[in-house]
Design a protein around this ligand. Structure first.
Ligand code: CTP
Length: 419
């Protein structure tokens, strides 16, 4: 997409997210020129904005450009869209009132292009009648104003006022720029994805776990949601931000993960990406186990087997998702062990990955997809690319003839691929 955006960065704690926005837009071929307000420069530096946008950052109303043109006129007219992110209460007020006493407000008044604003501020400031009046006025003037997210705020309060996630803002910008409609072929499909490790507590401070980062499961959940699927992500503890546009259920143990998956049913597709701990300490000490009580020969742990979530869901008599997909983490004899796992677990597809190298926690994955139709070996690729390719395969398996409901369509196609 060969488009240009003028991004006005206002002064708010969320200003740092505008850096991510510039990066996301660049990935879609959208060039960004920026105006950084004086307050914005208190939160992000002109150097970081300029490095990411690859263009000089405009801050001064009275600076002439190289050709001697008035900067604010040229800036506001050369873009296809003017974006204000974050839009502070002050910027909304200035724009609603038609003020022009700095570069940002002057560019907003001088532009003849569409304007999109992503407000972010304290909940009371957002709900204040003055701000709501300004928002109503701007909407009446034809400005697109995104609804802020609801949640805990940097100031400690809770409510509406958080800046939406940068990828949601990028999507709204692409919509305004008239990007080709995104593939929504999985609209109506209900998917449950498990991701990350589980933690099995030994005492009040220790647990058994593994090195799973959750990256692959999160990428799959995100790719499904982007194609319109209704996704529930059941995640063990990870350091990843919850992806937008889906329900995220945070759990710790394998038993909690199984409960959350069962509560999430009915679903059309279940993808078991989590590295579920096979065992848990049979007993959990209420306090901290003391070294002096472990005896001379050390501490002997008794482990109990955890539920096998994938096996359980694959064998549900009622409400089994029509397409059940497992992963097989192997360090050797990858395809043989994965084929045995496919049969043992009773799922429809299994995705084998060799975890002997840097796959767990790394950015890339090397996949072999095993299903009744045959074996597909994929080249080494990023976890996002693996997710896209897997979602392509899911889409091929469940895409409906138009007019069928989601559960019926997945039933027919999934059966076709697994038989
Ligand atoms: N899995 C699960 N519940 C478990 C163990 C595994 O749901 N208690 C799922 C994983 O999410 C994955 C698949 O089963 O989709 C295979 O997991 P993997 O760790 O490769 O195999 P295990 O079943 O643990 O067998 P082994 O450790 O012997 O390889």
């Amino acid at each position: 997409m060969d488009k240009r955006v003028l991004l006005i960065i206002g002064g708010g704690i969320a200003a740092y997210k505008s850096l991510d926005l510039i990066r996301l837009l660049a990935a879609k071929g959208v060039k960004t020129r920026t105006i950084l307000t004086r307050a914005g420069a208190e939160f992000v530096t002109p150097l970081s904005v300029g490095s990411l946008s690859g263009q000089s950052v405009h801050q001064d109303l009275f600076a002439l450009n190289e050709d001697g043109d008035m900067g604010h006129i040229e800036l506001s007219r050369a873009a296809d869209l003017v974006v204000v992110c974050p839009a502070t209460a002050d910027l909304l007020a200035k724009a609603a009132g038609g003020h022009a006493n700095d570069l940002a407000s002057t560019a907003l008044l001088a532009t003849d292009k569409p304007v999109l604003m992503a407000p972010a501020m304290n909940v009371r400031m957002w709900l204040h009648p003055a701000t709501q009046r300004n928002v109503a006025q701007l909407r009446a003037d034809g400005v697109t104003i995104l609804e802020p997210d609801v949640g805990p705020m940097a100031c400690g309060e809770f409510g509406p006022g958080r800046l939406p996630y940068p990828d949601q803002i990028a999507d709204a910008i692409l919509d305004c720029l008239g990007s080709p409609p995104r593939d929504q072929s999985l609209k109506g499909l209900r998917a449950i994805v498990t991701a990350g490790p589980t933690r099995e507590p030994l005492d009040a401070v220790r647990f058994l776990s593994n090195h799973s980062s959750g990256k692959q499961g999160y990428a799959i959940a995100k790719a499904l949601a982007e194609r319109g699927a209704n996704v529930s992500l059941v995640s063990g503890p990870t350091s990843l931000a919850p992806p937008p546009s889906m329900q995220v259920v945070q759990v710790e143990t394998a038993n909690e993960m199984l409960d959350a998956v069962l509560k999430g049913l009915p679903a059309d597709v279940f993808i078991s990406v989590a590295a579920v701990a096979d065992w848990r300490p049979e007993t959990r000490a209420s306090g901290k186990l003391k070294i002096k009580n472990s005896g001379r020969s050390g501490l002997t742990l008794k482990l109990a087997e955890n539920p096998d979530i994938l096996h359980h869901i694959s064998h549900l008599r009622n409400g089994r998702p029509q397409l059940v997909i497992g992963f097989a983490a192997e360090t050797h004899h990858v395809e043989d062990y994965a084929a045995a796992k496919l049969a043992r677990k009773g799922c429809d597809w299994i995705i084998a990955n060799d975890v002997s190298g840097d796959v767990m926690g790394g950015a890339e994955n090397e996949i072999t997809l095993l299903r009744a139709g045959g074996v597909e070996r994929w080249r080494r690729m990023t976890k996002e690319e693996v997710a896209e390719k897997l979602v392509d395969r899911i889409s091929d398996a469940v895409t409906p003839p138009l007019g069928q409901d989601a559960s019926h369509r997945s039933r027919t196609k999934a059966k076709r691929t697994s038989s």
